[in-house]
Write a protein that binds this ligand. Structure first.
Ligand SMILES: *[C@@H]1O[C@H](CO)[C@@H](O)[C@H](O)[C@H]1NC(C)=O
Ligand SMILES: *[C@@H]1O[C@H](CO)[C@@H](O)[C@H](O)[C@H]1NC(C)=O
Ligand SMILES: *[C@@H]1O[C@H](CO)[C@@H](O)[C@H](O)[C@H]1NC(C)=O
Ligand SMILES: *[C@@H]1O[C@H](CO)[C@@H](O)[C@H](O)[C@H]1NC(C)=O
Length: 497
């Protein structure tokens, strides 16, 4: 009797734990304390000892966007994250981990040989003159991690850092772009020693591609290496290479998301493979940087479609999806679409012909609070719902006003924008008001897309139950003017179960 009662409790709570929350790429992600998740350019791995996923990343807050140390979060479903503080805390005056130093792209791997967790990262000074790899260790996954050393990889330079562990033999590899100097535009794959204490040998050199942000995803028969071009914090078209073996030969690179979406507005960073009971799912864990305020940068996590027969990998974009980490299965959530052609315009906002938009029209001229557009007749549940705003922002990313050697190379790398000497970064910000309730206005960031490229960005909104809600979009100040991006449509998703 007692036993079955216990079983009942276990069954109940297990069910609760596995009720997955949705994953919403590009949204403001909050931890279980309600704070913005700050774990940029990091790694997410499943840890056998604790039975949880652990996410490490660069900790960035307003006023301190570098040298903030490495934050750590844990989760059972990849959607609900608990904060555990700093796994690697900066130390004043330390030669490598003081708040004045660069502590970027941290990755954590368990070393069987030392029975310790090893954290590796790109260790540098603020002018990127050291180009080292840092190592810190901890007996427990959550840390705190103790600094061990910062070394140059096999007597070379190391900028953007990645780490990959082969699931077949457990061997780990460092991936690093060699740097921005003319003689160093390579990305290296180098094998660690058995204990993941030091690098042993270069396994492959992707030479003269001038790429960065490397990561690798492995299927049963292939390795795919993903990297971005070098355009600073502005996204570009992420590419992949394929090989049967890490040593190569590697294929030509190809672009892994629809052309000119610039990797769905993200940079490659890490991959996570879920080997579920029913399905193997490969996730792309990208960063959506915001160079105006790095600490507000977001995360673009999306499933990848890999076809080993066609030797192809593509990132698949969904606004909202439900991932079951036990089975490995995921499904996109279906929402209800409201099109721009049915919206009401006010002031100077109007519907303009656009052959690439839904119904051949796009809402434009959205400016301040006088020139707005309103979608009406929207069905709501009375509980928070994700709403995706499909927009076009044709500001286009430009270079700074001072072309330099680096700019010349960006053009060669193919990551160039369409307007030379544009502003370093532009951003459209819109106001979103539900049912005229201006006191609860929300801000919608609409990063550059491209001409004719419509991308989406989500907000969590609470609509009233029934089908007479309105959503009004206006323009907010971006520091220059009050222009909002052009709107194509919105999709309203059901509340989370
Ligand atoms: C970073 O290190 C390089 C190489 O030692 C040095 O030349 C440069 O001055 C350093 N930068 C800073 C900001 O200390
Ligand atoms: C260091 O990098 C440069 C440029 O990629 C390369 O020519 C050189 O062979 C590398 N050295 C080693 C030891 O890997
Ligand atoms: C760095 O630290 C690791 C772990 O303590 C150690 O095994 C390795 O030898 C050290 N490397 C150097 C160059 O001191
Ligand atoms: C409307 O926008 C103007 C700037 O265009 C601003 O000064 C004013 O405060 C705004 N009014 C409201 C109610 O938000």
């Amino acid at each position: 009797m007692r036993l079955s009662f216990l079983r009942l409790i276990v069954a109940c709570c297990w069910a609760e734990l596995t009720t997955a929350k949705y994953i919403v790429p590009g949204a403001r992600w909050h931890d279980t304390d309600g704070n913005l998740i700050s774990a940029h350019a990091g790694s997410v791995n499943f840890d056998d000892a604790t039975g949880k996923f652990w996410w490490f990343g660069e900790y960035k807050i307003e006023g301190q966007t570098e040298g903030g140390g490495v934050s750590v979060y844990s989760s059972e479903d990849l959607a609900t994250w608990s904060y555990h503080g700093l796994a690697l805390e900066p130390i004043e005056g330390h030669p490598f981990i003081s708040p004045e130093m660069i502590i970027q792209r941290p990755k954590v791997v368990y070393s069987e040989a030392t029975s310790q967790y090893h954290m590796w990262w790109h260790a540098d000074n603020s002018s990127y003159g050291l180009l080292l790899q840092g190592l810190a260790t901890s007996p427990t996954v959550g840390g705190p991690y103790t600094f061990a050393n910062a070394t140059s990889p096999l007597d070379n330079w190391s900028q953007d850092f990645g780490l990959f562990t082969d699931y077949k033999d457990g061997r780990s590899y460092a991936l690093y772009s060699n740097g921005d100097r003319r003689e160093a535009r390579d990305v290296y794959v180098a094998a660690y020693d058995e204990g993941v204490n030091a690098l042993e040998a270069v396994v492959h050199r992707f030479d003269k591609y001038d790429l960065e942000a490397p990561c690798i995803v492995q299927t049963e028969s292939s390795y795919y290496a993903l990297m971005s071009h070098k355009t600073g914090y502005r996204p570009n078209n992420v590419v992949a290479f394929r090989a049967d073996s890490l040593a190569g030969p590697w294929s030509q690179p190809w672009i892994v998301a629809p052309l000119n979406t610039r990797g769905f507005n993200s940079q490659s960073g890490y991959t996570l493979t879920i080997r579920g009971t029913e399905k193997i799912t490969h996730l792309y864990l990208g960063d959506q940087w915001d160079s105006n305020s790095l600490w507000e940068s977001r995360y673009i996590w999306l499933p990848m479609r890999i076809d080993d027969k066609k030797k192809d990998l593509q990132i698949e974009r969904h606004d909202v999806y439900d991932l079951d980490v036990k089975t490995g299965d995921w499904k996109p959530i279906q929402g209800e679409t409201y099109f721009g052609k049915d919206a009401t315009t006010k002031g100077n906002a109007f519907k303009q012909e656009a052959n690439f938009a839904s119904d051949g029209v796009i809402l434009t001229g959205i400016y301040g609070n006088d020139s707005t557009v309103t979608f009406d007749g929207i069905k709501g549940t009375g509980k928070p719902q994700w709403v995706s705003f499909y927009y076009q922002n044709t500001d286009d990313m430009g270079f700074g006003d001072q072309p330099d050697e680096r700019n010349c190379c960006l053009i060669l790398a193919g990551g160039s924008p369409d307007r030379i000497k544009g502003a370093w970064q532009l951003r459209r910000i819109s106001s979103v008001v539900v049912n005229g309730d201006e006191a609860n206005m929300q801000t919608l960031f609409q990063r550059d897309t491209h001409k004719g490229i419509i991308l989406s960005t989500p907000l969590l909104l609470t609509l009233e139950e029934g089908s007479s809600n309105t959503i009004t979009v206006g323009g907010l100040s971006n520091g220059v003017d009050y222009r909002g991006a052009d709107l194509d449509r919105i999709i309203v998703y059901p509340s989370e179960p």
